[in-house]
Design a binder for this molecule. Structure first.
Ligand SMILES: [Zn+2]
Length: 567
């Protein structure tokens, strides 16, 4: 069905709650697995219907934020969802306690139960007011950043509008942009410190209230870490330091030489990959969409059907328009078995990312559309980033179509950016572990910790205070995830360790790499991250050899990459 024809009808709160409590009773009273399963499937159908309505509201509200009808409906959804959540908790408890659990596991897999157990550990009525306060602090932080009006060259700029200026090819203009943005953050330094200090102690208290030593145990459950723990992550961070940091250092030293700037780099120089500027698409948004469609056709019949389904049913809204919300996302409308991609094309290489990265997420939803329970249609966050980030690399064969004469620059930067991102993302994770292990740190101690970690993970960066905020070791405060989604960031790095294996295989045997990717993606959320990796015949990020092997391969690739003409 076309997106415009999908009919919205406000889900009635009382009806939903009554339905759920009836189903909880029926599940509890079921005298056979068949009976319990019938209720389970009815609950799944209700979830699909209700979630689809709220997702329709969300999508239509972000497409036209001022639409009065969907503005009211979004407010309704915001107030209704927590109430429904409470009723869902009762259903989850009943399912976990069901005497037919073994039969459910045999038919629907055990991941659903493992994840419900984790979810159960994250909530208790005693922390409701702390959760509300946490949400309020997140809002305060996002509002503060959204309010930015940064004076630059006589105009006023938002943080998003500063991004292209911070990449300017002119050294003095680029540096001035970094300084102007840093000055904004520094002007709000006390507020940023205070919000985070309160968040940290709030999260620590919630962790302890739920029986953990500090926030970390709770945070792992919140992130659905269902197949690895702190020890594995510690080992991963160690392997990043041992194998990825030296390669990233080499790439950054080469970058400094290429752009003719001193090494170690300051933040402003770190942002400029090429003297001639970053590669930009050589085709307009219509052209990018057409080329993206063609790319998915080139991959095979199933992906061709997928992308045609997306286009024919209006399941992409990617052009930037006035009144449309910012950013991008991929979501799914369960009742219509349809993924949906939302983005704002801006004429940069990011536009290609939308049609490759987000479409990778959408392909997962499409391939998983018949899987029940719905919760198994996609895996945990780190596993999902393999769907999307790998697709970006499969699309490297279309670099010339997308970037024309800038294709070689794009190919070089695509891999180099992934390699240099891993130490940064890992540093974010290491920092958060320190912060939640020692919730009593002062703001100054947190900035010192960030500085010390920067010397370890990003030794190519100069922290000499020359650029306000950034040069002072406070730059972690602009990373939304640290405030909004604690412990969510290593997910990208763990995914990259898998993506790099597929990338290495693409060089040898593209067909075999594609088969592994499809095997992994088709299983959707029916297995844990490690389960998916093993089923696809890949290595987990936690084995000592994984990062060593892919970094060796990447180093060879850079050794033989002809950099003539990509200055
Ligand atoms: Zn993604």
């Amino acid at each position: 069905m076309k997106f415009s024809q999908m009919e919205y009808k406000r889900p009635g709160l009382d009806e939903i709650k009554a339905g759920l409590s009836r189903m909880v009773k029926q599940l509890e009273q079921a005298v056979s697995f068949q009976e319990a399963e019938r209720v389970f499937l009815e609950k799944e159908a209700q979830t699909a219907r209700v979630q689809t309505m709220f997702t329709l509201v969300f999508i239509r509200h972000t497409i036209v934020t001022r639409d009065p009808f969907y503005t009211v409906e979004q407010e309704y959804a915001d107030s209704a969802l927590p109430v429904i959540e409470e009723a869902v908790q009762q259903w989850n408890a009943a399912l976990l306690a069901s005497p037919y659990r073994a039969e459910f596991e045999a038919k629907y897999g055990s991941v659903m139960f493992v994840n419900l157990e984790l979810e159960k550990k994250t909530f208790d009525a005693s922390i409701i007011s702390s959760l509300q306060r946490e949400n309020a602090l997140v809002t305060e932080y996002t509002d503060l950043l959204a309010s930015a009006q940064i004076p630059f060259e006589g105009g006023l700029y938002t943080l998003a509008q500063m991004v292209p200026l911070k990449l300017d090819r002119c050294d003095s203009r680029r540096l001035a942009a970094w300084k102007a943005e840093g000055a904004f953050y520094n002007a709000h330094a006390d507020k940023l410190d205070a919000i985070f200090a309160e968040m940290t102690s709030l999260r620590d208290a919630m962790g302890r209230a739920l029986g953990f030593d500090n926030y970390l145990g709770l945070g792992y459950c919140r992130m659905t870490r269902n197949c690895y723990g702190p020890a594995e992550l510690e080992r991963f961070r160690e392997n990043v330091r041992r194998h990825v940091v030296p390669l990233a250092e080499r790439l950054k030293a080469e970058q400094a030489r290429r752009i003719g700037r001193p090494y170690p780099l300051d933040y402003a120089d770190d942002a400029l990959s090429f003297r001639s500027g970053n590669p930009v698409p050589c085709i307009d948004s219509e052209g990018i969409l057409a080329a993206g469609r063609d790319f998915f056709h080139s991959l095979g019949d199933e992906t061709a059907q997928f992308i045609d389904f997306m286009f024919d049913n209006e399941l992409l809204d990617v052009t930037a328009r006035k009144g449309k919300a910012g950013g991008g996302y991929c979501t799914e409308l369960y009742a219509y078995k349809s993924p949906f991609i939302f983005a704002n094309f801006n004429g940069t290489a990011d536009d290609i990312g939308v049609i490759t990265h987000e479409a990778g997420h959408a392909l997962n939803s499409y391939l998983a559309r018949d899987i029940l329970p719905l919760a198994n249609q996609s895996p945990s966050a780190e596993a999902c980033e393999v769907h999307s980030t790998s697709m970006e690399f499969f699309a490297d064969t279309y670099a010339e179509t997308f970037f024309g004469s800038g294709a070689r620059k794009y190919l070089y930067a695509h891999l180099a950016d992934l390699i240099t991102f891993i130490p940064y993302g890992t540093q974010v994770d290491h920092f958060q572990h320190l912060v939640y292990e020692k919730p009593d740190m002062t703001p100054g101690q947190r900035h010192d910790a960030w500085r010390e970690l920067t010397a370890v993970y990003m030794p190519w960066l100069r922290l000499d205070g020359a650029i306000p905020f950034y040069g002072e070791g406070r730059s972690w405060q602009q990373k939304h995830h640290i405030y909004e989604n604690p412990l969510y960031y290593i997910d990208y790095c763990l995914a990259d360790a898998v993506v790099l294996q597929l990338w290495a295989e693409m060089l040898e045997n593209r067909g075999a790499a594609w088969e592994k990717y499809l095997r992994y993606t088709r299983l959707a959320g029916t297995k844990t991250f490690i389960g998916l990796i093993e089923a696809a015949g890949l290595k987990t990020p936690f084995e000592d050899d994984t990062l060593r092997a892919v970094c060796e391969k990447a180093a060879q690739w850079f050794d033989t990459f002809d950099t003539a003409g990509i200055e």
